[in-house]
Design a binder for this molecule. Structure first.
Ligand SMILES: [Zn+2]
Length: 272
C-alpha cells in the first residue's frame, strides 16, 4: 500500500508543516523525493505505469531509471494530506534520464510540478556531489528571504554573511552558505541550470523575489534547513525594523570560532 509507506508519510508531513508556516500560499511551492531501491521494490505491485515517457526538457543520465515522489503542477499544498493520490505522484525516469512517466497518483489528469526540470537538475547534481546521499529537493515561498532579496545585494557572499550572523546555529546548519539566483522566469530549463550550478556548492539556492530551494538527505534535514534560513532572514528583518541598524553582530573571528568548536568548514571566500 503506497500511502502506508514511511517515505510517503514523511513527505506528506513535511508538506503540511511547510503549509502551516505560511510558505505555500495558493499553489505555491513544490517538493520531490528520490526513492530508495527498497522503497521502489515494496510498492512495485501497486504501480500502474502510463504507457509512454514524456520529455522533461533537461537530461540527467545519473538518474536514469530512478523513481521520484513529486507534487503536482497547480496543486495546493494544503490539499495534499486530504487527497495524496490527486496532488502527488510517483514518476519513473526513462533509461536516458530525459523522460518521465507516472506510475502512481497524479490522478484526474494531473502532471508533475512545473518546476520538475529544476528538481531533476538539482537531484542530478546532489546525487553526484553527495555520492547518492541527498534525496530531497524542496521549493517554498518563504516571505522573509523574499523580502531580503529586495534590500540586500543579490550576491552569494552578502546573503551568506548576513544569514550566518543572524543566529549562532546558522553557520553550523549551512556552513557552505547560500547561493542567489537573480530574477528569472520560473519553470524552464534556464532557471533550472542556474539553480543546479549553485547546488554544486550550496544546499540552499535563493530565487530573487520568488523563494528558496533547499536540498538534503531526508525530510527532517531539508525542512530544518529551510526553517533555519528563513528564521535567520526574519531575525534580520526584526533587527533592522528597530530602526538603528546593526550595532553589534557575530564577527568574522566569532564565525571562525564556531567553525572550530563545531568542526564545520565555512566557505572561506565568504569570511574575508
Ligand atoms: Zn515558486
Amino acid at each position: 500500500m503506497v500511502l502506508a509507506a514511511e517515505f510517503m508519510k514523511g513527505f506528506i508531513r513535511m508538506a503540511d508543516d511547510g503549509c502551516r508556516q505560511g510558505w505555500h500560499e495558493r499553489n505555491g511551492g513544490n517538493l520531490s523525493y528520490r526513492l530508495k531501491p527498497e522503497e521502489v521494490d515494496a510498492i512495485k505491485p501497486n504501480m500502474t505505469p502510463a504507457g509512454h515517457f514524456i520529455k522533461i526538457g533537461v537530461k540527467a543520465e545519473n538518474l536514469a531509471g530512478e523513481y521520484f515522489l513529486v507534487t503536482g503542477s497547480g496543486k495546493y499544498f494544503r490539499n495534499i494530506a486530504a487527497a495524496p493520490q490527486d496532488n502527488l505522484g510517483i514518476v519513473e525516469l526513462d533509461q536516458q534520464g530525459e523522460g518521465y512517466r507516472i506510475v502512481w497518483g497524479l490522478e484526474k489528469g494531473a502532471v508533475p510540478t512545473s518546476e520538475f526540470p529544476t528538481h531533476i537538475m538539482n537531484h542530478r547534481v546532489k546525487k553526484a556531489v553527495t555520492k547518492g546521499e541527498y534525496r530531497v529537493i524542496y521549493h517554498a515561498h518563504t516571505p522573509s528571504i523574499i523580502a531580503l532579496t529586495y534590500v540586500l545585494p543579490l550576491t552569494d557572499k552578502e546573503f551568506s554573511r548576513v544569514l550566518w550572523t543572524m543566529a549562532t546555529e546558522c553557520p553550523i546548519v549551512f556552513p557552505d552558505g547560500v547561493g542567489v539566483v537573480p530574477w528569472m522566469v520560473p519553470g524552464g530549463s534556464k532557471i533550472a541550470l542556474a539553480t543546479c550550478e549553485l547546488m554544486e556548492k550550496h544546499d540552499v539556492a535563493i530565487w530573487a523575489h520568488h523563494g528558496m530551494f533547499c536540498a538534503g538527505p531526508d525530510f527532517d534535514t531539508t525542512y530544518g534547513l529551510m526553517d533555519t534560513v528563513e528564521k535567520a532572514a526574519d531575525i534580520y528583518l526584526r533587527a533592522m525594523s528597530c530602526g538603528q541598524g546593526i550595532r553589534q553582530t557575530i564577527s568574522t573571528d566569532n564565525l571562525r570560532e564556531i567553525a572550530s568548536a563545531f568542526h564545520v568548514k565555512l566557505r572561506e571566500e565568504f569570511l574575508d
